[in-house]
Design a protein around this ligand. Sequence first.
Ligand code: UD1
Length: 425
Amino acid sequence: MDRIIIKGGTPLRGSVRISGAKNASLPLLAAGLLCEGTYQLNNIPDLADIHSMIELLKQHGCNVIYQNNMITMDAMNIVNTTAPYDLVRRMRASILVLGPLVGRFGKARVSLPGGCAIGTRPVDIHIQGLQKLGAHIELTEGYIHATAPNGLVGATIAMPVISVTATENLMMAAVLAKGETILVNAAREPEIIDLATALIAMGAHISGAGTDRIMIQGVSQLNGATHTVVSDRIEAATYAIAAIITRGELNLMHTSLDLIPTVSAALESAGAIITPHDTGFTVKATDTPIQGIDVMTEPFPGFATDIQAQMMALMTLCEGASMITETIFENRFMHVPELCRMGANITVHGSSALVRGVPYLSGAPVMATDLRASVSLVLAGLAARGETILNRVYHLDRGYETLEEKLRNCGAHIERRTITTYEAE
Ligand code: UD1
């Protein structure tokens, strides 16, 4: 078991190469189940969730080689269309194999993911969408059993809630369906565009990805393809906040401001100076205090819920009051008590958190509860006076590639220590 120790107070200065997006890589890997040739993915981040997805694909029968951030795989000999509970409970995004398996093989048995730390997170939209495409669905013994012995048939699917993975699952199911599918009220995240780009490279007919209406003309077969994964906008935004919260300056490379339009606007109104360049952007704190701002989480292009916790860490040190309203998940303020242990002044009222800026945070032992909550505590620790000890670091390993190394290269005092289970309790 590991913990991270941070000695705060050093302004970060230097360059950070932003990795490929975890949330693009996971559906892109699942899409490998659809193609009948060799599939190559570049810029895949080396993260625990990626290894979980590879394990899942291998037990379906895929050949997968992962080296130097590159995946080479084929799905020529699929032996098993079940995604077992043990793997799905470890990573909810395992649900992404449902669409491709039913689409290509006419059957899938995928464990229901259940709730998670940030909310109940149902999968009803995935299931109803597949039913619209003609799949017969039964929910028994904790599993989704989906069958379509004669293949799926295109349909118009109006999704009642904007869901990223449901849009991806239904897009992957529809590419091999007979006829036309129209996804209405589709998610518009950059990861959806990235998935559509890879599917089109395999031979799929898709238009409208990146808008709320995606049109798919089914084809009979998809071929191998090569694709480079889009930059991780959540990681980029996290490092942008790291620059500001430590009153430093970072050059973020291999990314783009276009991926974080609302976040960059919010950071600028707080007083940051953000300058785009050819391969990314620089973020700099000014000498004046960071100003309190109000944000509300929304589907893309709105302010991402995956950046809410990091933004809250920044707000704890802003001048004046800030308000965050979380509209996507019902229980995503678990970092609040931990930030308060470091001296933050935050009051939660239902889905909104009122953050009154304090002059400084104090290092403390804190507990990570989920991926983005964990990194918000790292950000707070980087800015705090004294030492912060972050426990349950495995959450961070799900989503931030070489976090300590990237931060250390910019001057942070951060290290990982392996401890015994006894010490951890
Ligand atoms: C994805 C991201 C996650 C991000 C989230 C919101 C991946 C692997 N994960 O998760 O990091 O926080 O988008 O941007 O890409 N909902 C339903 N029924 C469904 C599906 C979703 O009611 O069948 C609700 C959810 O409970 C939530 C909202 O829709 O309130 C949006 O969730 P969704 O976009 O589906 O999140 P994920 O795709 O699971």
